[in-house]
Design a protein around this ligand. Structure first.
Ligand code: B12
Ligand code: SF4
Length: 477
């Protein structure tokens, strides 16, 4: 079968935006793994990435040129409109093309997608086994169900994510790609790549779960350390990457795995810095693990602090406390680990006083990167159900599933005041500004001292060389 996979993620930066930050500079691991799985079964696969196209006419034209038997689109809730438009265009271009859709949104709300006239088959959950099997069945002319349930494959048996699926398509569309994926912080120099070591999450945050479990099951499955290192070796050979990021929801949840990985990473001679996601409670309970990670190359954690109010943290079932958030930041500072702070404002039931507690917590944490969000009810999460039951959601369009703090999401919340709170949460205190200035300038001063020492060494070396030459000349004369 000739298959065109479609990545519809234009909600962030739009068409023609490759390379612009994480929204438009990162690959989709879902598609990047499904491609080699389908190829392994003998199917021909290409990618259409809307972010690399000029607009809808360009998409139509590309489908006409590629002439696929199957178009398979991935879909987060936020991608719904773009994904559906793709499928409608495909239907018009050639009704004989079989259309498939998978990913988080169809897994969580399959009925919303299967009712669409432009969709033939909906895949739920992980599809490395079911997708090629369905393509095989189609090829043999056998029927496949309209809704295909997922499986939970053994992760070590899967092929590595095919970064080239994306890079080659971006190049084909005229982009010069110097880094496989877009680096996003100063600590991670290009060439930069992302990888995933496992799937699932044991925690129960009510703004997220049970959606994660619907996708990946109740058990967290992690690839073996050796399997992840083998992928890193192959990425090093292919792209000579200088830094990377783990996409795992919470890599540090499995302490033994992390320790084994860090020890092997160091032993193998890898020195590339990396970021990963973690939680405040884990950092506080495992300072020795944090120290080892820093020694191995960890340069930053994404941490979901979410709120500075213990009541709100309890309400969202975060399982962390305000003091842990602040202590975790102190530990990160001790080991030179940058903090990417994820936090939400406008959570249902949250008072202005509680928002102020989040602001005061952030002043203490002083993160390197602020990532504020207006709480957004996502389908498949307990808090979404709570919002629906209490008629709180203002979301009328899938485009609004972005968490960006620029749009009202929940009834009864004073978003004008919250806009002030977002700004205020990112205003550093004077002592923090001074501390950062001193740190930045100490680094600059140390660089100056190092270059001065180097110049002195060169001068000495030249003087010795001249002395030997002149000495030799005098002896021979
Ligand atoms: C990395 C990541 C990102 C990255 C990169 C995304 C990318 N290019 O893929 C960034 C940071 C950019 C990002 C952004 C956002 N993300 Co995000 N992200 C993730 C994360 C942590 C990992 C994704 C991943 O690679 N998973 C591993 C792969 C293997 O799984 P997969 O993609 O689901 O694919 C498998 C199946 O779903 C299925 N499948 C997928 N597609 C298809 C298609 C077909 C045809 C078939 C047959 C099967 C199939 O098979 C695949 C293999 O098993 C997930 C959480 C998670 N653990 O998955 C959240 C997650 C996907 N993100 C989420 C959200 C909400 C967002 C944002 C909206 C947040 C925001 N800023 O507002 C944005 C929107 C991005 C956009 N489109 O503009 C939600 C989605 C929830 C939902 N209902 O849609 C998730 C689930 C996190 C969560 N629990 O809330 N994200
Ligand atoms: S928010 Fe993060 S830690 Fe909480 S359940 Fe979701 S993936 Fe797990």
């Amino acid at each position: 079968m000739k298959v065109s996979l479609v990545y519809p993620g234009i909600i962030g930066k739009g068409f023609d935006s490759i390379g612009q930050g994480m929204d438009s500079g990162w690959i989709s691991h879902g598609l990047a793994i499904l491609a080699p799985c389908a190829r392994r079964a003998g199917h021909e696969v290409n990618l259409i990435d809307l972010r690399a196209l000029k607009g809808w006419d360009h998409f139509r034209q590309t489908v006409l040129e590629r002439r696929p038997d199957v178009v398979a689109v991935t879909m987060m809730s936020v991608d719904y409109n773009a994904a559906v438009r793709c499928l409608q265009i495909v239907r018009k271009v050639d009704p004989a093309i079989v259309t498939m859709v998978g990913g988080p949104h169809p897994t969580i709300l399959p009925q919303e997608v299967i009712d669409l006239e432009c969709v033939d088959h909906v895949f739920m959950g992980e599809s490395e086994e079911t997708f090629p099997r369905a393509l095989d069945a189609l090829q043999r002319g056998e029927p496949i169900p309209r809704i295909v349930p997922g499986t939970h494959p053994d992760l070590d048996s899967l092929p590595f994510a095919d970064h080239d699926l994306f890079i080659e398509e971006w190049r084909r569309q005229g982009y010069t790609v110097t880094s496989p994926e877009a680096p996003f912080v100063a600590e991670l120099p290009p060439p930069f790549v992302t990888i995933i070591a496992g799937r699932g999450c044991i925690y129960n945050c009510s703004y997220c779960q049970p959606a994660e479990r619907l996708l990946f099951g109740r058990q967290v499955r992690r690839r073996s350390v050796e399997n992840v290192l083998a992928e890193l070796r192959s990425l090093r050979e292919r792209y000579a990457f200088n830094s990377f990021m783990f996409h795992d929801d919470c890599l540090t949840e499995d302490r033994d795995w992390v320790i084994a990985f860090c020890e092997s990473y160091i032993k193998e001679g890898f020195t590339q810095p990396f970021f990963c996601q973690s939680r405040a409670d884990i950092i506080v309970k495992n300072e020795d693990m944090v120290a080892l990670m820093a020694r191995a190359g960890l340069r930053g954690y994404f941490i979901g602090f979410e709120s500075g109010s213990d009541r709100v943290l309890r309400f969202i079932h975060k399982g962390t406390r305000r003091w842990q958030n602040i202590r975790a930041a102190e530990i990160c500072r001790r080991y030179g680990i940058a903090i990417w702070a994820n936090y939400m404002l406008g959570i249902p039931t949250e008072t202005k006083e509680e928002v102020l507690e989040t602001i005061s917590m952030l002043k203490k944490i002083d993160p390197d990167y602020y990532s504020p969000a207006f709480y957004t009810p996502h389908p498949g999460s307990d808090l979404y159900t709570y919002c629906m039951e209490n008629d709180l959601s203002l979301i009328r369009n899938h485009d609004s599933y972005r968490r960006n703090p620029d749009e009202a999401k929940i009834k009864g919340i004073d978003y004008e005041w919250l806009a002030w709170a977002v700004k205020e949460s990112q205003r550093r205190t004077l002592p923090n500004r001074l501390r950062r200035w001193a740190k930045a300038n100490r680094a600059r001063y140390e660089r100056f001292l190092r270059s001065e020492r180097k110049i002195e060494e060169i001068k000495e070396h030249l003087a010795r060389h001249r002395y030997r030459r002149e000495g030799a000349t005098r002896t021979s004369s």
